[in-house]
Design a binder for this molecule. Structure first.
Ligand code: CEZ
Length: 812
């Protein structure tokens, strides 16, 4: 069974096998843990580059977070083996590695913690994971309960995987004074320069316990023995061998023995994470496990040992950290609380969507050089949550602009960081995101003063205003075109792996030319509002000219082409067998107004017939099944995955936003709804993902490979979420900010009669009822009972509450 709890604080799954990849994630600004329902965990922290403290059992390539993370028996995880000392029966919580099906099972994904409740043979194991707000530590609780009518003799074995830490040096041992296991390694390197770079790394991994174990084992092979990970030999003995690991693969396994009377329960707490030194680990122990209530002075004078078996109601750092973390996550609330006929949509929008946006804005996907388009779009989302964060991000990004007007492929966020991976491949689209993302910030805050902020350029002392910076970027887009007026693509645009269309310097991107036209339109609007009227008119003209070029060279008759290669081959057109129609040119042709009404109808028809699936709208179809050397790496991705024809939600969100921009409210809502798993449990199971985040894609190639279609990538790093939010604010509910106030223009799906929205806007709180009114021709807005002329609510004051009634015409 899959359901949201009454207060929507958790999404619950009551089987470990119907959705084996179902997952949740927790983060703070230094770390992220992605946890699946069976106990497997992908975790990373920043030092400042991403690093691990629980590794795979073999050497693993350092890379960015990948979609469709494969799991396997020795995949890193956090488990508790349970042995009935009388019957010898063994099971493990949450499910891996023993995989004995429990009598009862519950996986609960929360916003600031993740819970499991496992019942086997009248023994209940409850596990919970939370994080502190600032430190890199996993905070685990384990509770053991005896539900049977007789006394039970048990052993439990918390098992935290360490894995293959280093080919240069790895070891581990139990440290009595720290009451925990400490494993150490040296991050491998060969160049002497790296010694100095690595020497301050947190190369230790610790597992600290609040209660003293009866035994432990730190040597993976000794722990498993011939029994293997599913039935380790060591737990079949009376006690664990208390071994260490000496350039052997370590593990962190402890043993607790207990006799539980009927109804009795026992609690344990553990901390797992990286550290530089044992002194640091000692400090962590003090900070989190020393009871603050008793002595109020942090208890430093009392011996650690006496503190360890702490008094029942503890006020220690561990508990305070959980409370503080819950506050931190709750602080990332959005600016709308909705109540619609679609309660599952309400749950997602009110509880989960802003959380995923906050994660992006606060962590920048845990990299020190986020791709420029990701950085701008992720922080665009913060305009609705923490506008100051968005403001600072725009200024940081512009300070790394070249004096030529070009934007870099990545934004350096920490000193000494370098542009890595995809940021070493030249992409031509970064400038378009400046006005597009800034406009959402200006709509929400009206902070046009930002345009006057003086900001430097990369490697230069020259300072210019934000307005001049963006104006320069717009001129750069005009300059980076071929003789037809179409924008070059070099080795990629928004589509990263479209790397061979223009690497010879001639190929153009149809999508980017449309995005450029849209950026010009948006910039013209911002110029207009900031009294740069002449420049505004200039760019409006540029947009019109660009739309003419788009229609001249890219219209294929029923839809728009994706681009033209170095060899002047137009692709993404009806005569192509694979990659015949791409979604992005269609959506952005609507956005930049290049498509007149006839063309709008044609492209919406083409998308619906060729790209729409039960799981959303695909990025292109048919998916490529072989390399196309004048398109590139994209065509080598497995058909239906990622950019090669998946339901790539970011592209789908653009299309949905575009549908709202041309008033296609029912088409837009249908596709928006398909982006969230469910509400039908069969759909959630097919996608294999709980509706607690939007993944970057669901498998596509629906008409080619139906078996895997709809499967979630489980990758929650995606620019989709901020655009989904814009679709709600600017489209579905039409509660979009403007210089003169809040513009009311709802586009409810035809079968909705009424919704209510609590909208926080520039410090004011608006309680908005939107209702269909029989016989009404145009929308009418009443504020505190007074009819207001037009559709903009003006002079809203921060700190004030307003009751708003919006009457809308009946659906035709
Ligand atoms: O990365 C994303 C980028 O972060 O791909 C999007 C792009 O717009 C985002 O900025 C579409 O291409 O290199 C690859 O092949 C990867 O597929 C990346 O393109 C992709 C990563 O999977 C992260 O999703």
């Amino acid at each position: 069974m899959i359901r949201s709890t009454k207060n929507n604080e958790y999404y619950e799954l009551t089987s470990p096998i119907i959705m084996p990849k179902a997952s949740g994630f927790l983060w703070n600004e230094k770390m992220m843990v992605h946890v699946n329902c069976r106990g497997y965990v992908v975790a990373q922290f920043m030092q400042p580059e991403p690093a691990k403290y629980s590794y795979a059992p073999n050497l693993e390539a350092k890379t960015f977070m990948q979609p469709e993370q494969p799991y396997y028996a020795h995949h890193p995880g956090r488990f508790v083996y349970v042995k009935d000392e009388v019957s010898g029966e063994i099971f493990s919580a949450p499910y891996e590695p023993v995989r004995s099906l429990p009598d009862k099972y519950k996986f609960s994904v929360g916003k600031n913690n993740i819970l499991w409740e496992i019942e086997c043979n009248d023994i209940v194991i409850e596990m919970s994971l939370s994080l502190p707000k600032d430190d890199v530590i996993e905070l685990w609780r384990v509770k053991v309960k005896n539900l049977s009518q007789n006394k039970r003799k048990l052993s439990i074995y918390p098992y935290f995987s360490i894995g293959y830490m280093s080919w240069m040096n790895q070891s581990g041992e139990y440290k009595k004074d720290l009451q925990g296991i400490v494993c150490s390694c040296i991050t491998p390197y060969q160049k002497y320069q790296d010694y100095y770079k690595n020497k301050d790394f947190s190369d230790k991994t610790f597992l600290l316990a609040d209660k003293e174990p009866v035994s432990w084992e730190v040597n993976q092979e000794t722990f498993e023995g011939e029994g293997g990970i599913t039935l380790p030999s060591a737990i079949q003995e009376e006690v664990l061998p208390k071994g260490d690991a000496l350039y052997e693969m370590p593990v962190a396994a402890l043993q607790y023995k207990m006799e539980l009377n009927p109804g009795e329960e026992k609690d344990y707490r553990f901390m797992f994470g990286p550290a530089k030194s044992e002194e640091d680990i000692e400090l962590i122990r003090k900070k989190y496990f020393i009871d603050k209530s008793e002595s109020g002075d942090g208890g430093s004078n009392l011996s650690a040992a006496s503190k360890l078996s702490a008094a029942p109601k503890l006020i220690d750092g561990f508990n305070l950290a959980e409370i503080e973390y819950a506050k931190y996550i709750a602080d990332g609330r959005g600016c709308i609380q909705i109540k619609t006929p679609d309660t599952d949509l309400d749950n997602f929008v009110n509880h989960w969507l802003p959380r995923q946006m906050y994660y992006h804005g606060k962590t920048n996907r845990l990299c020190t050089d986020p791709q420029t388009r990701n950085y701008l779009q992720d922080n665009m989302g913060m305009s609705y949550i923490k506008p100051k964060v968005a403001r600072d991000a725009f200024l940081i990004a512009l300070s790394q602009q070249n004096e030529s007007g070009a934007m870099p492929d990545g934004i350096i966020l920490s000193e000494g960081a370098k542009l890595k991976y995809i940021n070493q491949v030249p992409h031509t689209d970064h400038c378009v995101w400046l006005p597009i993302c800034l406009s959402a910030y200006l709509d929400e805050t009206n902070d046009y003063q930002i345009l006057d902020e003086k900001v430097p350029f990369a490697k230069s002392t020259k300072m210019s205003s934000v307005f001049e910076h963006i104006n320069l970027a717009m001129h750069w887009l005009i300059s980076d075109r071929d003789r037809r007026g179409l924008n070059f693509i070099k080795q990629g645009d928004w589509c990263d792996p479209m790397n061979m269309v223009g690497y010879k310097g001639k190929g153009i991107s149809g999508w980017l030319t449309m995005a450029t036209s849209y950026a010009f339109m948006i910039w013209a609007g911002i110029c207009e509002e900031s009294e740069h009227v002449v420049i505004g008119k200039e760019f409006l003209l540029e947009a019109h000219k660009t739309n003419e070029v788009i229609n001249k060279y890219l219209w294929d008759g029923e839809w728009f082409a994706r681009g033209i290669t170095d060899d002047n081959i137009i692709f993404g057109i009806s005569k192509d067998v694979e990659g015949r129609v791409y979604l992005n040119p269609q959506g952005w042709a609507l956005l930049c107004c290049a498509a007149d009404e006839i063309k709008q109808k044609k492209i919406i028809k083409a998308v619906r017939e060729q790209l729409e699936t039960p799981f959303g709208v695909e990025k292109l179809a048919p998916a490529y099944t072989s390399m196309r050397e004048d398109v590139g790496r994209l065509t080598q991705k497995y058909p239906g995955t990622a950019e090669n024809g998946a339901v790539y939600n970011h592209a789908a969100a653009f299309y949905i936003y575009a549908l709202y921009s041309v008033g296609e409210k029912d088409n837009a809502y249908r596709l928006l709804r398909k982006m969230i798993p469910g509400p039908d449990p069969k759909d959630i199971i097919k996608r294999g993902q709980l509706p607690v985040f939007i993944p970057n894609y669901y498998r596509g190639a629906y008409r080619q490979i139906p078996r895997t279609a709809g499967r979630s990538s489980q990758l929650f790093n995606t620019g989709t979420v901020t655009w989904f939010y814009r679709c709600l604010i600017d489209g579905l509910f039409g509660l979009q900010g403007s210089t003169s106030g809040l513009r009311i223009n709802p586009q409810l799906p035809s079968d909705w009669q009424e919704v209510t929205v609590k909208r926080t806007f520039r410090g004011a709180e608006l309680h908005i009822d939107i209702k269909r009114e029989p016989g009404l021709k145009t929308t009418q807005v009443y504020v505190n009972g007074n009819y207001i002329e037009g559709s903009i609510i003006k002079e809203l004051k921060a700190g004030f509450e307003y009751k708003v009634l919006v009457k809308i015409p009946p659906s035709n």
